[in-house]
Design a binder for this molecule. Sequence first.
Ligand SMILES: [Zn+2]
Ligand SMILES: [Zn+2]
Length: 266
Amino acid sequence: MVIIILFFVLHWYLSLFMQTFLQHRYAAHAAFSMSKRWERFFYFFTYITQGSSYVSPRVYAIMHRMHHAFTDTDKDPHSPQYDDNLFSMMWRSRVVSSGIYKQTMNVEPRFLKNLPDWPLLDKIAHSTVSRLAWIALYVMVYVWFAPSAWWFLLLPVHILMVPIQGVIINWFAHKYGSTNFVLKNTSTNLFKMDLLMMGEAYHNNHHKNPSSTNFGVRWHELDPTYAIIRLFNRLKIIRVHRLVAVPVPAVVPILGEVAPRAEHLG
Ligand SMILES: [Zn+2]
Ligand SMILES: [Zn+2]
């Protein structure tokens, strides 16, 4: 049982860290820079940790830049405003990311600048053989170590790790929660202190300042990924160009308050 819990926790946090550190803050927003060698290392590590649900950092970055440019509009690749439920939103995100990867979708040139890229790794990692091999590995771990069949209920989370972590932010942090900043979009902060999503849940703060390395702005809004970024910066693994301090508004909003909808929405 200990091994299964450890496996689940490690898989959750390592894949999430690669999502927020490499795919989101580095690839999409260029919040810091690193050498090509380190980029390749983290790119490969993203594949290992995300396994069956791996998304190319390049594809992730393009899709995410579209989300920031078109938040809450019909061009947003994922928005609770345009999808009836979170499963249909997950499916639409999958269609968009697949269109970007296969180049069957038209992408504006402004979203294609300064992206990490490793076509050979992406080709292997996006293949059905690779995805099935990872799923087989997850099943084997459970067959060997799960004390009862009930634990197998956790398997879908391993298999769909990246879209599940994505939907927590893209659905819930555009629907519920509180706001620090009044923005022309529905982004919210999900938790007072975000240890579950490693800082990603301060989504309203992030929409206010997308290129900031620190997603927390209030004293209690600890951002675990930012702590690791600072450590990596000190170890010279990455280079942070600016550590942006976002001014916090004086009025503390009431928990549960949701940002106003975009004005163009009916
Ligand atoms: Zn958002
Ligand atoms: Zn972002």
